[in-house]
Ligand binder design. Structure first.
Ligand code: 4NP
Length: 155
């Protein structure tokens, strides 16, 4: 299973989602590929936000090696599942998708926990540290459901 996590800047939310899911796959000895990207190119080549690096590290996950990149059309073919962090990211990805197969790969990540509710992971960029703790907890819960789905499919 190849999974892409997508937010706006690829420095706060999606790098955390990538790190959390990769860690869960590794802990269970499951094969899979996880990457992340931003719909915007502002932070291409940059490390994740230090607040994301810090909260991941607190949970024993290193995301400091990740570098920001923009989503590209080839990602629709490369990945089986593309998780959008919020409504805007979802709409941007759906607008880019060229056919129903590509559209079907795109899903709101929190729908893993609350199906069909289309809840967004709030953008923590302009807020304080609490925002990052909240985002981490939301993503950890969603990735737990996602890793369970991947495990079931691999059996
Ligand atoms: P992210 O957060 O989409 O979770 O990476 C943001 C990072 C940077 C900006 C916006 C959101 N920005 O406007 O630069």
């Amino acid at each position: 299973m190849k999974v892409l996590m997508v937010c706006l800047g690829n420095i706060c939310r999606s790098p955390l989602a990538e790190g959390i899911l990769r860690n869960k796959l590794e802990m269970r000895g499951l094969a899979g590929e996880v990457d992340s990207a931003g719909t915007a190119a502002y932070h291409t080549g940059e490390k994740p936000d230090r607040r994301s690096i810090e909260i991941a590290k607190k949970h024993g996950i290193d995301i400091s090696y990740q570098r920001g990149r923009q989503f590209e059309m080839a990602d629709f073919k490369r990945f089986d599942k593309i998780y959008a962090m919020d409504r805007h990211n979802y709409n941007d990805l759906i607008a880019l998708a060229r056919d129903p197969i590509e559209r079907q790969k795109v899903e709101m990540i929190l729908n893993a926990v609350n199906p069909k509710e289309n809840r967004s992971v709030p953008d923590p960029y302009y807020g304080g540290k609490d925002g990052f703790i909240n985002v981490y907890n939301m993503l950890d819960e969603a990735c737990e459901v996602i890793v369970n789905m991947i495990e079931q499919k691999s059996n």
